[in-house]
Design a protein around this ligand. Structure first.
Ligand SMILES: [Zn+2]
Length: 188
């Protein structure tokens, strides 16, 4: 965090020293990008400080059986701070019907069962959806980067919602913008 701030400040001051006027627009994006990168690292560390939600070799499956710990599984989660990697303990119940044998308690705890979108991002997208009509008038403000949707893990319709999110002009930094540079930004 301190290193990021130092790097940005040094760059800003160096530009000024050699007589250049640092462009505010570029500086804003650089600061936001750096802060989001720091935030996503912090969030990832916090979320993975629980040993993947491991609760012993066996846990109750919810149907009166015992599910067995198999291994740890990774999930890429899109959050409002960018992509984070989640480590989760995977359990398997041999007695449940096939479609319910696997379970990941941590996904339940974090409310990310069957989705790669974080609760915060989902909330933001829902809010953007509600404000869509209003936001349509502000599309020229939509200096938002193109979200990364190419991982094939987004639920049906999520890509479309993300696209609306992108063009809606919502002034929030959004998600996955930690890699955004001004030249990559789109004017919708
Ligand atoms: Zn079971």
């Amino acid at each position: 965090m301190a290193r990021e701030a130092e790097r940005l400040t040094e760059h800003f001051l160096a530009e000024r020293q050699r007589g250049a006027v640092p462009a505010l627009g570029a500086t804003e994006f650089a600061v936001r990008t750096a802060m989001q990168r720091v935030g996503s690292v912090l969030l990832e560390q916090m979320l993975n400080s629980d040993h993947g939600g491991h609760r012993g070799q066996r846990v109750a499956c919810g149907d009166g059986h015992q599910a067995e710990f198999i291994d740890y599984r990774l999930k890429q989660l899109q959050t409002i701070l960018g992509m984070v990697r989640l480590e989760r303990a995977y359990y398997h119940c041999a007695q449940c019907p096939a479609e319910r044998r696997g379970s990941i308690p941590k996904d339940h705890d974090l409310d990310v069962v069957g989705t790669s979108l974080s609760p915060g991002l989902r909330r933001l997208m829902a809010r953007v959806g509600a404000q869509e009509a209003f936001a349509a008038a502000h599309q020229d403000l939509a200096e938002l980067a193109k979200p990364e949707t190419g991982n094939g893990r987004l639920a049906n319709g999520a890509g479309q919602r993300i696209d609306r999110f992108r063009i809606s002009g919502f002034p929030f930094p959004g998600f996955h913008f930690f890699s955004a540079r001004p030249e990559e930004l789109t004017h919708s």
